[in-house]
Write a protein that binds this ligand. Structure first.
Ligand SMILES: CC(C)(COP(=O)(O)OP(=O)(O)OC[C@H]1O[C@@H](n2cnc3c(N)ncnc32)[C@H](O)[C@@H]1OP(=O)(O)O)[C@@H](O)C(=O)NCCC(=O)NCCS
Length: 200
């Protein structure tokens, strides 16, 4: 189990690069977080009129501070020289060895295997390097893309449904939690994701 998170992390996949955020990424991140299509399933994270540069800089600063304090590890996704999204862990509990993982991606980049790569590198770091026991995703009933990826690519089933826990556009949403444990990662999910990412 690592006790001190590295200050810089970088992974190179066949499709994209995944690296520690830089404050210089703020404009690209602002555009991603402010786009209605990108955020159609994450409306609870949107801001009226879009995110300001200051709000994004504050978010990035908090994430980097969290990494220094061994509480978070966020990666920016670089595709064809542009920041196109973010993945990683906004909550890591090193005492109970669990974390929550997520992803936000520019819609123009959906369907290019980026989520598969992004989660592969995030999970590899979390389970193989950090030594976590349990990683969860929390999504909503309407997020067919995320649920499809979790169920079809990762082969997971829903662990918990929190009914009507979010109110978005006057509609109650159910939160769906999916969980991956370290044993399942090592024996099944890791080799399966590797076969998808590195297939010729
Ligand atoms: C869900 C998301 C992360 C998938 O990313 P992606 O890079 O397009 O996914 P990949 O290309 O790596 O994997 C594709 C696989 O995911 C699943 N998938 C993706 N979109 C899907 C959809 N709309 N319905 C069902 N399954 C879907 C399928 O199994 C697909 O494989 P297939 O094309 O062979 O059927 C992407 O749609 C996204 O960023 N959504 C918006 C942000 C978001 O909702 N984040 C999650 C917050 S909890």
């Amino acid at each position: 189990m690592i006790t001190d998170f590295p200050s810089e992390v970088s992974f190179e996949g066949p499709v994209a690069t995944y690296r520690t955020p830089s404050l210089d990424d703020a404009e690209e991140i602002r555009d991603i977080l402010s786009d209605k299509d990108n955020m159609q399933y994450l409306k609870f994270m949107t801001k009226p009129g879009g995110w300001t540069l200051e709000q994004v800089q504050e978010r990035l600063t908090k994430q980097l501070q969290g990494q220094k304090e061994n509480r978070t590890l966020v990666l920016h996704i670089i595709y064809k020289g542009k920041v196109v999204g973010m993945t990683g862990f906004t909550v890591i509990d090193t005492i109970h060895r669990n974390a929550e993982v997520g992803i936000i991606l520019d819609k123009a980049c959906w369907g290019k295997r980026l989520a598969t790569e992004a989660f592969y590198f995030s999970l590899k770091w979390a389970f193989d390097e950090l030594g976590l026991h349990r990683v969860k995703w929390v999504t909503t009933n309407i997020n067919q893309g995320m649920r499809g990826w979790l169920e079809k690519v990762c082969g997971l089933t829903v662990e918990q449904i929190s009914r009507e826990s979010l109110l978005v556009d006057d509609q109650w949403l159910n939160e769906y939690t999916y969980v991956l444990f370290e044993d399942d990662w090592r024996t099944r999910v890791k080799p399966h994701l590797e076969s998808k990412i590195y297939k010729s």
